[in-house]
Design a protein around this ligand. Sequence first.
Ligand code: NIG
Ligand code: FE
Length: 412
Amino acid sequence: MKTMLINIKELIQVRETGILKVSGAEMAVLPTIKNAYLLFENDIISDFGSMENCPNQTFDELIDATGRVVLPTWCDSHTHLVYAGNRVQEFVDRINGLSYEEIAYRGGGILNSAQKLNETSEEEIYEQSKVRLEEVMKLGTGAIEIKSGYGLTVEGEIKMLRVIRRLAENYPIEIKATFLGSHAFPKEYKENHAGYIDLIINEMLPKIAAEKLADYIDAFLETGYFSVEETERIMIAGKKHGLIPKIHVNQFTAIGGIEVCVKHNALTVDHLEVVTDEDIIVLKNAETMAVALPSCSYFISIPYTPARKMIDAGLPLALATDYNPGTTPSGNMNFVVATACIKMKMTPEEAVNAATINGAYAMGVSNTHGSITKGKKANIILTKPIHSFYQLPYEFGSNHIEKVFIEGKLIS
Ligand code: NIG
Ligand code: FE
């Protein structure tokens, strides 16, 4: 099946040679072709260029994209999209003055979601989660990472990872799975951290590895959650089973977490609402990608990741949603891109790079996703008629997407 798009007003994020990520000043450069065509065959991009060189053949489908912009789909490298129920009461409690930390201290937060998850059947969790997945695909997400971490029991964690696998089997979207058993300490292990970490290492990890249920390992490295030393134990154990670390760190406090993540070659360090000058130096000398989650900052009113300072220091940065019931009940990457521009002072070019090629790197798929490159997946957003791609973040509350293709399939 050959699909041809012609008269594209501007084809965005065109990379002739496959790059894996962009850093620092490179992030301000977003290569495009004006008045372009794009051809894909089945699920793969096979050709693109200026309309002057458009091949004169017949195609199975011809789409006239006059006035419209085409860009690669978003790569959302950090989500907790699989969960049970909601935490709307905590949302109201925060409006009435409680902080996220106070709610968690009172037994709400992650433990609240864990209780709901363990009381809900695998089938029901799948049904609830697939609605969210279908929604974000229509919003232009074409590759997504999904974490466990609301089980916090052997059965609960495995149940979540099986739901993630079933989603990956049933939808034409690249899904990477991350094991986040170290999301919080269950109540019964509050005074016995070593006991819970033993459970993760001796019971959860071997089962997850045997069933090949995860690609990555995560932990919530934060004051009151997992310490630097505890997270280090988890990362070492995960790596023994082939799971690369992608770690929640520096959300509320800077306690030396980034350094230990880099020491263990973490693929990403995520959140980074609080970043020290030392953290920036550590990341400068690493292959680890920093991941910012601006809709989390927006929703729980915490600082935004200091993107300007980090990019100006030469670092790469990726953007992701953090879709979860507590801190970010939204999987809308369009909002993330707009918020990065509006609140973090990233230029539209930087934000698109962060949400496509760098997002792909942050989930280990930049060989196949994140840019318009021959041989990559035919993952494409076709906008409605717009004046330029700047309109996407500028009119932050509107949906400018007309069509989404994921692996060559029209998502409707
Ligand atoms: O990335 N910070 C840790 N984990 C999630 C939130 C978890 C929750 O509140 O359910 C996050 O923000
Ligand atoms: Fe998260």
